[in-house]
Design a protein around this ligand. Structure first.
Ligand code: NAD
Ligand code: UDP
Length: 389
C-alpha cells in the first residue's frame, strides 16, 4: 500500500517526487512503474513509444488509486521537442530506453550505437543543464570478457576470483575486435557512462549508473509470432520459453558453455527503489545489480527451465530437450560472447545494504508459471492455424 510515512535508509521521511521515466513501457520500466504506483506516492511521467506492458496501470482511466500519479507520453526520444520540458517538470530522470537484445548488436550495429549512445546524449545534456538528477541504465556487458578467459584453459588462475569477479571501480572493460560487432552495444554503453561521469566531474551532474546483470522475470521481451515478430530473436529467457511453449528443443548457442548469473526482476527493482529514495547514498556511484549466487551455464539454465516447466505444466519432457547450434547460424556473423558474469556486491552492499533473495529455481518457477498462463493458449492456436494452412 502507498504510504506517506515511509523513511529512507537514514531514517528521514521520504518526500514524494516526480520521476521522468524514459523507456517506462519496457520490461524493467513496467515493473518499476508497478512498484512506484502500488507502494509509494511518487509521480511518474512515463515516456515510451509503446505502452502495452504498462496498460494495466493506465487503464481503465481513474479506476486505480494511482490514476493521477502516472501519465503516459508516447514519444520517441530520437526526435521529440517535448523531451526537455518533461525532464524539467521532474525531480529525477530514469533512462531505460535502449536497443538491448544481443541479436541486434551484430545485425543492426548502427541502430544499436545510435540508441545506446547518440539518443542518450540529449537526456544527459538536459539533466546537466537543468540541474536534474539522473539514474542511467547501463549494462554488465561493459565489462566484456573476463581477464580469466585469456588464460590457458588449464590454468589454475581461472579458479581465482581475482580473474573473473567484476568490480565497478577496478575491473577493466575487455571487448573483442571491431569486426566482432557484438561489442557495439557494450562500447556505446561504456562511452555514455564515461560521458555521464565526466558531466558529474566537470559540471556537477548528480548521477547514478546501474549495471544490470541478467534481470529476468514476467513481461521480459516477447514470444516470437505471438506478441512479437515471428523471426525475432529475444533474450535467452524468452527464447527458451518460446521453445518450451512450442514443445521444441531449446537451442544452445555454441554448446551453451557461457556462464551467467540471473537475478529476479522483483529483487532488482528493490535495488532501484533504494537508489531513487536515497540520493545521498546513490549519487556519484556505479552499481552492479545482480545475484552472484545464481550462476549457471546456459546449458544448465536450459536444463533447469525444462525441469521447472514440467513441474508447472505437468507436460512430459521431450526426448531431446536441447540441441546445439553455432553462434554464426543463430546470430549471424560478428557475434561474440561474454564468458562469465559474476557481480561484485561490495559497493551496493555498503551504500544501500541491498542483497538479492530469490533462488534461480524459485524465480524460474514464478516466471514460467506466468509464461504458461499468458501464452500457452495463443501458441497452441498459432500452431494449429499454421498446420491447417
Ligand atoms: P526493454 O527493451 O524491455 O525496454 C526498453 C524500452 O525503451 C522499450 O519499451 C522501448 O520501446 C523503449 N525505447 C527504446 N528506444 C526508445 C526511444 N528512442 N524513445 C522512447 N522509448 C524508447 O529493455 P529492458 O530489459 O527493460 O532494459 C532497460 C534498460 O536496462 C536498457 O537500457 C538496457 O540496456 C538495460 N539493461 C537491461 C538488462 C536486463 O537484464 N533486462 C541487462 C543489461 C542492461
Ligand atoms: N542463448 C542461447 N540460446 C538462445 C538464446 C541465447 O544459448 O536461444 C545464449 C547466448 O548465446 C548467451 C546467453 O544465452 O550466451 C544469454 O543471452 P541473452 O540474449 O539473454 O543476453 P546476454 O546475457 O548475452 O546479454
Amino acid at each position: 500500500m502507498a504510504s506517506s510515512a515511509r523513511v529512507d535508509l537514514d531514517g528521514n521521511p521520504i518526500k514524494p517526487i516526480t520521476i521522468c521515466m524514459i523507456g517506462a513501457g519496457g520490461f524493467i520500466g513496467s515493473h518499476l512503474c508497478e512498484k512506484l504506483m502500488s507502494e509509494t506516492l511518487h509521480k511518474v511521467l512515463a515516456l515510451d513509444v509503446y505502452n502495452d506492458k504498462i496498460k494495466h496501470l493506465l487503464e481503465p482511466e481513474n479506476a486505480h488509486p494511482w490514476s493521477d500519479r502516472i501519465q503516459f507520453h508516447r514519444l520517441n526520444i530520437k526526435q521529440d521537442s517535448r523531451l526537455e520540458g518533461l525532464i524539467k517538470m521532474a525531480d529525477l530522470t530514469i533512462n531505460l530506453a535502449a536497443i538491448c537484445t544481443p541479436a541486434d548488436y551484430n545485425t543492426r550495429p548502427l541502430d544499436t550505437i545510435y540508441s545506446n549512445f547518440i539518443d542518450a546524449l540529449p537526456v544527459v545534456k538536459y539533466c546537466s543543464e537543468n540541474n536534474k538528477r539522473l539514474i542511467h541504465f547501463s549494462t554488465c556487458e561493459v565489462y566484456g570478457k573476463t581477464i580469466g578467459s585469456y588464460l590457458p584453459k588449464d590454468s589454475p588462475l581461472r579458479q581465482d576470483p581475482a580473474y573473473y569477479v567484476l568490480k565497478e571501480d577496478e575491473s577493466p572493460c575487455i571487448f573483442g575486435s571491431i569486426e566482432k560487432q557484438r561489442w557495439s552495444y557494450a562500447c556505446a554503453k561504456q562511452l555514455i557512462e564515461r560521458l555521464i561521469y565526466a558531466e558529474g566531474a566537470e559540471n556537477g551532474l548528480e548521477f547514478t549508473i546501474v549495471r544490470p546483470f541478467n534481470w529476468i522475470g514476467p513481461r521480459m521481451d516477447f514470444i516470437p509470432g505471438i506478441d512479437g515478430p515471428s523471426e525475432g530473436v529475444p533474450r535467452v529467457l524468452a527464447c527458451f520459453s518460446n521453445n518450451l511453449l512450442r514443445r521444441e528443443p531449446l537451442k544452445l548457442v555454441d554448446g551453451g558453455q557461457s556462464q551467467r548469473t540471473f537475478v529476479y526482476i522483483k529483487d532488482a527493482i528493490e535495488a532501484v527503489m533504494l537508489m531513487i529514495e536515497n540520493p545521498a547514498r546513490a549519487n556519484g556511484h556505479i552499481f552492479n545489480v545482480g545475484n552472484p549466487n545464481n550462476e549457471v551455464t546456459v546449458r544448465q539454465l536450459g536444463e533447469m527451465m525444462t525441469e521447472v516447466y514440467v513441474k508447472v505444466t505437468g507436460e512430459p519432457k521431450l526426448e531431446t530437450p536441447t540441441i546445439d547450434v553455432s553462434s554464426q547460424e543463430f546470430y549471424g556473423v560478428g557475434y561474440d560472447d561474454s564468458d562469465k558474469r559474476i557481480p561484485d556486491m561490495t559497493i551496493i552492499n555498503k551504500q544501500l545494504g541491498w542483497n538479492p533473495k530469490t533462488s534461480l529455481w524459485d524465480l524460474l518457477e514464478s516466471t514460467l508459471t506466468y509464461q504458461h498462463r499468458t501464452y500457452a493458449e495463443a501458441v497452441k492456436k498459432a500452431i494449429s492455424q499454421s498446420s491447417a494452412s
